[in-house]
Each structure stands twice: as structure tokens, then as C-alpha cells.
Design a protein around this ligand. Structure first.
Ligand SMILES: O=C(O)C(=O)Cc1ccccc1
Length: 284
């Protein structure tokens, strides 16, 4: 049985998304599910072959990139994104028992959950201290073990699992709040015929360096669908770029681009080539 790691504990958004993901990707079954407390630990466990797959959040429609996932994927050599999955995330306010909002003194949640619910928190819980946790499920577990006027933000299912009161539902700023999760593993996915390729490029800080990278894509009519920057962590003002393009990595056009990068001493790291997700547009 293959081992599937996710950001836990039980009752996290990642676990909820994974539940729906495997319904669509039944070829992966049967699976032994293993929760991890942080995204770097999860990805490193996959790199060390302690698990076969890692299911991780990559970006969110309200708050943007999950920096920790991108940074860790950028650092690990032999792991690839093999599938993607877009999941709607509805944030709920959970409390140990029914409680008027002005009495709540603390709100525990994953930092992305706090960020995705900023307007609700500013409007209704301005007095409450915000405490970031490794996951929303960890936050739910924390407030369930004490009788304090504290709240957590998490999925509906966390209320049942941690015996909490569902105080408010859908408190996120963007009503259609979607998160893109990816399945990471040690081997490149096979070509499906409707693929995208993700890579990371590092370029020197000089006039036109990003332009020269994009030029190589443009002249080959390769469609870029996403470009994100992250700090290089080496020097203030230096960045690495995460780029998604249409097509499979072994297509002649993408191979030519990678060759052109090598000739120009542009460092490019392949992050994966995988079937594009086509989320239901009525939901997102
Ligand atoms: O904290 C969680 O439950 C997670 O799985 C991470 C997360 C947080 C907010 C939106 C999507 C995923």
C-alpha cells in the first residue's frame, strides 16, 4: 500500500481536500494516510522516501502563494509535482461552546486561514489576539482541550472531530475561495495530452534578465499561465521565479527553451509536468 502524507492532524483543510482528490484519482488507492505537522517536514519525508506521496497546498485565490510550499519544493532536488487539484475552502469559526463574538479573546488558525478571513476578523473580532498555528486542525485541537473564550478557524469537519461549536460559517473574504493543491512524488508524471510544466528559474539582477527568459517562451509560442516570484533568501532584492507553461516537458518547444536557458547560463529547475486541472467554473 502506498503511503500518502498530508498536513494534519485530522480535520485540516488539506485532509478535506485529499478526501475529494482521491475520489477523482482512484488509481492511487489503496492508501495509507499519514499526517505531518508542517509542510517542510512532509516534503522532506517524501524526499527521504519515508512516504510515497505528499499532498500539499500551493496557492489560494484570496491570499496567493503558500510560500513555504514553494520554497521547500525549490530546495528539494528529486521531487516533482505530478497532479493538481483545486478545492473550495470554506472557513468556519469554531468555539468550545456558543459565545458572543465580542467576548472572544483569541483566534487560533493557520496563517493562511487568518489572512483569508482578514475582513471578518477586523470587523467582528478586532479585540481578539490572532495566534498562528501549523494547521487549522492543530488550532481546533488547541481550543478543544481548554474551557477558555477562544476560537479557531477551520473546516466544518473539525467541529465534529474536536467537539466544537460551529459559531459562524463561510467567514472568508472571497466567497469563492479556492486552494490549489498538488500531489508531489519522486517520479515525473506521464504525459496526458493536456499538460502544464512548472519550473523555477534563477536569474542575475541585471537589465532585461527576466525579459530574456520570457522571450525564449514567446518566440516559441509557449503560453505562460503563471509567474510568481519568491525571495532568493540569499540577498535582499534577489528573486527566483516560479513559472507555469502549457505543454509537457518533453515537447520539442519546451526542450528547446531549456536548452536556450542552459546556453545563457539561466538556472532552471524542473518542478514537474502534469495534467491540468479543469475546476468547475460554477464553483470558483
Ligand atoms: O491549516 C490547514 O488546515 C491546511 O490544510 C492549510 C490550509 C490553510 C488554509 C487554506 C488551505 C489550506
Amino acid at each position: 500500500m502506498k503511503r500518502m502524507g498530508y498536513l494534519g492532524p485530522k480535520g485540516s483543510f488539506s485532509e478535506e481536500a485529499l478526501h475529494y482528490f482521491v475520489q477523482v484519482h482512484q488509481d492511487l488507492l489503496p492508501l495509507d494516510y499519514q499526517p505531518f505537522s508542517t509542510i517542510p517536514r512532509l516534503l522532506l519525508a517524501c524526499d527521504r522516501k519515508e512516504i510515497d506521496w505528499a499532498f500539499v497546498p500551493l496557492e489560494n485565490s484570496t491570499e496567493g502563494q503558500m510560500g513555504v510550499t514553494m520554497d521547500t519544493l525549490g530546495q528539494i532536488q528529486e521531487l516533482y509535482i505530478t497532479r493538481e487539484f483545486v478545492h473550495p475552502v470554506d472557513h468556519c469559526l469554531l468555539t468550545p461552546e456558543p459565545l458572543p463574538l465580542p467576548e472572544i479573546q483569541r483566534v487560533y488558525a493557520h496563517e493562511q486561514a487568518l489572512a483569508q478571513c482578514r475582513e471578518f476578523l477586523d470587523t467582528h473580532l478586532a479585540q481578539a489576539e490572532q495566534i498562528p498555528c501549523f494547521s487549522t486542525a492543530e488550532a481546533a485541537g488547541k481550543i478543544s482541550s481548554v474551557r477558555e473564550p477562544w476560537a479557531a478557524i477551520g473546516p466544518r469537519r473539525a467541529a465534529q472531530l474536536y467537539h466544537l461549536h460551529l459559531q459562524e460559517e463561510r467567514i472568508q473574504d472571497g466567497v469563492l475561495n479556492a486552494t490549489r493543491f498538488v500531489l508531489v512524488g519522486p517520479q515525473l508524471a506521464e504525459m496526458s495530452g493536456d499538460d502544464k510544466t512548472s519550473f523555477l528559474v534563477t536569474t542575475e539582477n541585471s537589465p532585461g534578465s527576466l525579459y530574456r527568459i520570457l522571450h525564449e517562451l514567446a518566440v516559441r509560442r509557449i503560453n505562460m499561465t503563471r509567474i510568481e516570484s519568491r525571495p532568493s533568501k540569499q540577498k535582499l532584492g534577489e528573486y527566483v521565479f516560479f513559472i507555469d507553461v502549457d505543454g509537457y516537458v518533453f515537447s520539442p518547444a519546451i526542450q528547446e527553451v531549456l536548452e536556450a536557458f542552459r546556453e545563457k547560463s539561466v538556472f532552471a529547475k524542473l518542478l514537474g509536468s502534469y495534467a491540468k486541472a479543469h475546476p468547475d467554473e460554477s464553483v470558483f
